[in-house]
Design a protein around this ligand. Structure first.
Ligand code: CO
Ligand code: CO
Length: 308
């Protein structure tokens, strides 16, 4: 194993020969959306994301299905699979099979195998003092899907969040390889601060995040101000709180959003300062318009994360 289970990397990497290694990951989620097609697509984009976070290319996918057969109509399952296949095709991968079991609550996701060059693996450790941090998707999907489940979210806000979650991290991944990223991870269940903490600890550095620069999904601030956070997002903040130094007081809704559990979030990328500007410009012109530089990396000082 080139990357195994000792760290908190997004996927395992298995050496084949000097040119090739396999990247493998598995991920499945409960329905975060009412619409089965979007649920299948988002769950798949999320599963594929761990391959992209390592800098790999997805090859094959196996689906994992838990479904209440006889309770929900089978058309719902076909729609979930249709959403999945669309994303697998978009990723240039193929569906190789899968397995389904009967279960009261639906669950869906993919086991994905990809290819990577053994010398070009981008881990979540590797961030260096002097690097800049780039985030490729806005935050807030956890708040929005929580609000939508309680009928507290307006449709346009939910639609924006769905589009964000469905977006593959492929273009961001290809560009980060081209520009020589030092470290990367995708922002999912632990939120920006949780996954940022893993990157900081793995790299033994301090990440400085400029809270006001962090991109947020349009319409999410109002929901966050009404304190519509999932239990998981609240736990995220509790988990990271001691590792985060606040340079000034921040409103609770903002620290909450920085810890908000994302389904299928963007990539957090650490890159040399002289390449970060051109990299963000390339992202913006090549399909990742929401990418933003959100902070920098310092040699470790006091806490793994500083909010500025
Ligand atoms: Co991941
Ligand atoms: Co994952």
């Amino acid at each position: 194993m080139l990357v195994g289970i000792d760290g908190s990397d997004d996927a395992g990497v298995f050496y084949l020969d000097s040119e090739r290694a396999l990247v493998q990951t598995v991920d499945f989620i409960t329905p975060i959306l009412d619409n089965p097609y979007y649920y299948g697509a988002v769950a798949s984009a999320n599963s594929l994301s761990d391959i992209y976070a390592m800098g790999g290319t997805p090859l094959t996918a196996l689906n994992l299905v838990c479904f209440p057969t006889g309770v929900l109509p089978l058309e719902i399952l076909s729609e979930i699979l249709r959403g999945a296949i669309d994303k697998i095709n978009e990723a240039g991968a193929v569906l190789a099979g899968g397995h389904s079991i009967n279960d009261k609550e639906p669950k869906f996701g993919l086991c994905v195998t990809g290819l990577i060059h053994p010398d070009r693996i981008i881990r979540n450790r590797g961030a260096q003092a002097g690097d800049r941090l780039i985030l490729t998707k806005p935050l807030g999907s956890g708040v929005i899907t929580t609000a939508a489940r309680n009928d507290q979210c307006e449709l346009p806000v939910l639609e924006t969040a769905i589009n964000t979650m469905m977006k593959l991290n492929r273009d961001a991944s290809l560009l980060m390889i081209e520009y020589g990223a030092h470290a990367a991870t995708d922002i999912t269940g632990f939120g920006l601060l949780g996954h940022g903490l893993e990157m900081a600890q793995g790299s033994q550095v301090t990440l400085v995040i400029e809270a006001e620069k962090v991109p947020l999904i349009a319409g999410v601030i109002e929901l966050a101000q009404r304190d519509i956070f999932s239990g998981g997002s609240r736990r995220n903040w509790k988990h990271v709180e001691k590792s985060v130094k606040l340079e000034k007081p921040f409103p609770q809704y903002l620290t909450g959003l920085l810890a908000d559990a994302q389904t299928s979030g963007g990539l957090l990328i650490s890159m040399a300062a002289d390449k970060a500007g051109p990299f963000v410009n390339a992202l913006k012109t090549k399909g990742v318009p929401e990418a933003v530089e959100i902070g920098e990396v310092l040699a470790f000082e006091e806490t793994p994360i500083i909010l500025r």
